[in-house]
Design a protein around this ligand. Structure first.
Ligand code: NAP
Length: 245
């Protein structure tokens, strides 16, 4: 299937590794001109070269205003951003009782406010062009809370409400907004969380952990011209992990 991404420009946050990198790589392979962002410049540059991203810019989504600065920077370079993928590092895990107010504030900026900043900054140009794709990378935790991922459980569900709200506001402008819900996927984040792979696989109907490329393929389709009538949706790529409809 031709995705119609030639001539489109994309910015993927949190894209030096893991899920963001997989999305950026697929978009680039499908013909989009891709910019990537994350904090570690050395790794970002290496990844940009590896996946043939046309541009990279460092940014820290935990710093208020940085998402906006990155969008402006990429707009100057590309002239437009057709596809915006919001993604960032996962918050630390702890039970509610052990989660400090500072960790909640940090998590709010990282997961929630940075998304708001980025979308607000990119929308005027998408509206002007009458075309846009916005994808929020969240988590299956947005629908079913996961153990000690307290901050994730708290904010990701709210992001679905935000996604739904923005999607209905901008659908008339040719802009779609969807949320992508990764299930357990083999990235450094998963390794850092020290999950018991055997135990996790027993909870996944597919019986295995997902690969970042499988997630990247779903994202590329939703970012494409072919997905023009799909908006306001939360799509999991989880091997059947989520039990609800
Ligand atoms: N993998 C899974 O199984 C899974 C499942 C559900 C949800 N998720 C969620 O999906 C997101 C991506 O996960 P992943 O597995 O791809 O994680 P990852 O392998 O740790 O990659 C995270 C990426 O985001 C960048 N990043 C981290 N903090 C950032 C910040 N403050 N500002 C800008 N960039 C930042 C990292 O680079 P720098 O560190 O250099 O900035 C890296 O490029 C996370 O929020 C995670 O919680 C993952």
């Amino acid at each position: 299937m031709e995705l119609g991404l030639n001539g489109k420009t994309a910015l993927v946050f949190g894209a030096s590794k893991g899920l963001g990198k997989a999305i950026a790589k697929t978009l680039s392979e499908e013909g989009a001109r891709v910019a990537i962002c994350s904090r570690n410049e050395e790794l970002l540059e290496k990844t940009a070269e590896e996946i043939s991203a046309g541009y990279f810019v460092t940014g820290d989504l935990k710093i208020e205003g940085d998402a906006k600065r990155v969008i402006k920077n990429v707009m100057n370079e590309f002239g437009k951003i057709d596809i915006l993928v919001t993604n960032t590092g996962g918050p630390p895990n702890a039970i509610f009782q052990d989660t400090s107010k500072d960790q909640w504030k940090d998590g709010f900026q990282n997961l929630f406010l940075s998304t708001i900043e980025a979308v607000q900054e990119v929308l005027p140009s998408m509206k002007k062009n009458g075309w846009g794709r916005i994808l929020f990378v969240t988590s299956v935790a947005a629908k079913e809370p996961i153990g000690v991922l307290t901050i994730s459980n708290g904010f990701r569900a709210g992001l679905l409400g935000l996604m739904k709200t923005i999607s209905s506001e901008v659908a008339k402008n040719g802009i779609t907004v969807n949320a992508l819900l990764p299930g357990y996927t083999m990235t450094e984040r998963l390794k850092d969380l020290n999950v018991d792979e055997k135990k996790i696989c027993a909870q996944i109907p597919a019986g295995r952990i997902g690969q970042p490329e499988e997630f990247g393929d779903m994202a590329a389709f939703l970012a494409s011209t072919r997905a023009s009538y799909i908006t306001g949706q939360s799509l999991a790529c989880d091997g059947g992990y989520l039990k609800g409809y």
